[in-house]
Design a protein around this ligand. Structure first.
Ligand code: NAP
Length: 281
């Protein structure tokens, strides 16, 4: 029988802990605050913003929204980032990317103070993940995978973990975080030979490829734990993961659902990072 690792179970525990920590900060007159910087009106960004704002409200974290026109210049955005960096009432900053094409992404993401970089977009934050030191924050999605594994008490020590996907947002950072927990990690990607065999050999398979239902029966083995990071819209307009859930349910030991898995935990991790940023002060 396959266990479904529901994100809601993880967030219930996380949120209760975060509410307590927020109250403790407020007793010290620190009001944990997230600034959301959005350029333009992309539907994905607005939907994530809505979810993040609601989760902040539930936990007691304040939100300041800075919405800029899609025609904003690089200098104007850099000035906004400088202001949020300096503003001591703001503890964490969520900056939506990809940005419109007039921006140099490397300049913008590295302009953000690592102390407030709660979604791990700056090089300084990524150095922190790779060196296993507290500089900045890991990307929220990568940490959400780790929170799920921890919540459901999945033993990582010496386990064969395959991370399918090597983006800087998910694949690479989560691989480093798993390594720090003493897992034996393989990073697979579009050039990996015999990909299905590589995946089938894993005890734990983390999938972040962005291809609806790509991971089918031939990639899966009994007793595996599957973390499906993918969020895709299929031909019927339905939200599906990178893993074929119907196939997985017949075979594996445990799997995160889509929707209701990694995505929901990611939002709570974002709030957790704001609170951690406030606590570090
Ligand atoms: P990405 O930057 O496009 O990276 C995709 C990775 O998958 C690349 O490393 C690519 O390999 C690999 N890949 C693509 N097609 C493949 C194939 N046929 N076989 C093997 N590997 C393949 O994507 P991402 O930003 O990491 O996001 C991945 C998925 O996670 C998306 O569905 C996205 O929507 C979702 N996501 C979810 C959350 C959340 O909170 N749940 C957050 C972020 C992203 P190469 O490097 O060789 O090209």
């Amino acid at each position: 029988m396959t266990t479904v690792f529901k994100g809601a179970e993880v967030t219930a525990e996380l949120n209760a802990n975060l509410q307590q920590r927020t109250e403790a900060l407020k007793v010290k007159n620190i009001n944990p605050t997230l600034a959301i910087v959005r350029v333009g009106d992309r539907e994905d960004d607005i939907s994530y913003e809505r979810g993040a704002t609601k989760r902040c409200e539930t936990i007691g974290v304040d939100v300041k929204k800075i919405v800029l026109d899609a025609t904003t210049t690089q200098d104007e955005l850099l000035a906004v980032i400088e202001n949020v960096n300096k503003d001591s009432s703001i503890h964490g900053v969520l900056l939506f990317r990809p940005l419109p094409k007039q921006f140099d992404d490397n300049i913008i993401r590295n302009a953000l103070s690592p102390a407030k970089d709660i979604d791990g977009i700056s090089d300084a934050s990524l150095v922190g993940v790779f060196a296993d030191i507290t500089t900045g924050f890991p990307p929220c999605t990568a940490r959400a995978c780790m929170e799920i594994l921890e919540h459901f008490k999945v033993d990582l020590v010496g386990k064969n973990v395959v991370v399918l996907g090597r983006s800087l947002v998910v694949g690479k950072p989560v691989a480093m975080m798993l390594l720090a927990k003493n897992a034996t990690v393989t990073i697979a990607h579009s050039k990996t030979v015999d990909l299905a065999d590589v995946c089938r050999a894993a005890d734990i398979l983390i999938v972040a490829v962005g291809r609806a239902n790509m991971v089918s029966e031939k990639y899966l083995a009994p007793q595996q734990v599957i973390i499906d990071v993918g969020i895709n819209v299929n031909e019927d307009g339905k939200l599906v993961g990178d893993v074929n859930f119907a196939d997985a349910e017949k075979i594996v030991g445990a799997i995160t659902p889509v929707p209701g898995g990694v995505g929901t935990v990611t939002t709570s991790v974002l709030v957790k990072h704001v609170i951690e940023a406030a606590e570090r002060i």
